[in-house]
Design a protein. Structure first.
Length: 142
């Protein structure tokens, strides 16, 4: 009489579980980095209106606006998102502050965009004034 076996042995199941564990160990940190970069990009999207307002004010008046009110946009605390607590203007600098539901790696940190007049066109430079790791910043800010 011939005996047939079906199913997996214990060692085969253990190998599969080990492979899944290794893949998860690689995927989870990569996903967290992606999540943080997405949260940082929210502040940059919210700053688009401020960039336009600064550019328009500079073209009209030949000077940088002193604050949000002078630039003609909402108060800093009113420009918020799920991860961004405020977007403020001070002369030629836009500051985005992260908070609310932001990841602990960026919570309380800021990113600044600085406008520079380059012979009639405005160029923007980006910098992190906190401890946001370069891998979490947009490529223009690295």
């Amino acid at each position: 009489m011939e005996k047939t076996t079906r199913g997996f042995t214990l060692i085969e199941l253990m190998i599969v579980v080990a492979i899944i564990g290794i893949l998860a160990a690689i995927a989870i940190p990569a996903y967290q980095d992606y999540t943080i970069r997405t949260q940082v990009s929210e502040g940059l999207r919210l700053s688009a209106g401020a960039k336009t307002a600064i550019g328009t004010y500079y073209v009209d008046w030949g000077a940088w606006p002193a604050d949000n009110t002078q630039a003609g946009i909402a108060a800093p605390a009113q420009i918020t998102g799920k991860y961004t607590t405020e977007v403020s203007i001070a002369n030629n600098v836009i500051t985005m502050v992260y908070g609310n539901d932001a990841h602990t790696a960026i919570n309380g940190q800021t990113i600044t965009l600085t406008a520079v007049d380059n012979s009639g066109s405005i160029e923007w430079s980006c910098a992190s004034t906190g401890v946001i790791e370069a891998k979490h910043l947009p490529s223009a800010c690295r």
